[in-house]
Design a protein around this ligand. Sequence first.
Ligand code: AMP
Length: 505
Amino acid sequence: MANMPLSQTLVDLIEDAPGDRTAIVLPEDGAKVTYDSLRRQVQAVADHLAGVGIRRGDRVAMALPNGLPTIVGFLGAAVAGTAAPLNPGYREEEFKFYLQDTDAKVLMLPPQGAEDARRAAGDRMPVVSISSDADGTLHLGGDASAGTASAPSADDIALVLHTSGSTGRPKRVPLKHGNLAVSVRNVVDTYGLSPDDVSLCVMPLFHVHGLVASLLATLASGGTVVVPAKFNALGFWRTVRDHDVTWYSAVPTMHQMLVARAKGGEQPDAGRLRFIRSCSAALSPETMALMEQAFGVPVLEAYGMTEASHQMASNPLPPGSRKAGSVGPGTGVRIGIMDAEGRLLAPGEHGEIVIQGPNVIEGYENNPEANAASFSNGWFRTGDQGFLDDRGYLTLVARIKELINRGGEKISPREIDELLLTHPQVAEAVAFGVAHRMWGEEVAAAVVLREDATCTEADLLAFCRERMAGFKCPKTIHLTQTIPRTATGKIQRRVVAAAYAGQPA
Ligand code: AMP
């Protein structure tokens, strides 16, 4: 399976639906975009990018909120070159890193705002402004002579994203058109998506969860995707009913926000909803039960990661049985459990989750150490720990890789240590995750100040907020004389985390 030739591109995925069908609905504007219009506008963006000199493999960075410009910009960039979507919430220093690391040749931004991204681009690269009006027509700014982008092939890199590494430096993940197309097909098959389906996209479109599951799987099945600018628990069920939404995918934090409102007395009418998908962080069996009770539809937990072009496993729709606490069987992806020596383990035995399939990357870009550590005997090591049961259902039990999963957003604690250590009054810093009711995990840090230091916790929090996207910033900083250590005197994050949680490590 790992060596199956890749055959499809993102262009192929959106090619078949009848031209007059609605592909995208922008609920705030009331705009509807047909498949015909989508295909034309994607080619127009690709041609525009070709006009500014973008060639196959050139990276087109973008920092855009969810909306039509993001979708068409992403697809157009993947046709002309390689799309490199970035979190629009990053601060200037973060944008500088990502633009440089991806070697971006151009940056797509909204016509107004996005000041941090604009400053980071400076005069190092042209900025193409991209916006849309209320009838779903896209507008592109910037100088471009007429260009023509040729069709990509399945082996071309459509998308580069970053994943948090165990060092402060994120790893660059190149996803080919063919990898993405396979993953999209797996999602379509798992949930039997059809042209009758309407998905509600509440996940950000700079991450594989939103791009592959909510957006591309819907477009590939000829359905309609409803794309609000952001998740809003308040108007959520009205949007579901107004647009005849049949399913949505989200992180557990969003599901919990909806459950909290339902518990407050607002029992929603779920309209045509036929299932809810949860992915990117652990869904507790309690939340799953409360959701099924309150919303009256099956809740299917899935398991995804960027390096697998998103989905690896999912609980099936009825009549298949779903197992609370498990992420279900592999979905077109082979899943094994491996020990530290590279041996595959039997059902029930705990070890590292490893995967194989044409959706999985062949390697990180420009990172031989990460590649050597991540592949064993033809399997990709996920850095997650778990076990398979006799039916092939996978359960995650822990993480080997060092990251904080805050409501599905992955944060490298090292990156926070490194930022805190650049503060002139900080001598030692260790960031760690703490359990949080709504986010799953939240970021905290322990800091030892230099002698005679005068700064306070609030000063350090403000220092982080100026230099880092809000979701990564520690919410608590413990100023201390010494960092808690293991019995042998080593600093280990889990020991530090346990000391502040008042628990044994
Ligand atoms: P990302 O690359 O941002 O999609 O993050 C991938 C990681 O998210 C996985 O390696 C897991 O650690 C975590 N993850 C994804 N889905 C789940 C899930 N259903 N339960 C627990 N963790 C998950």
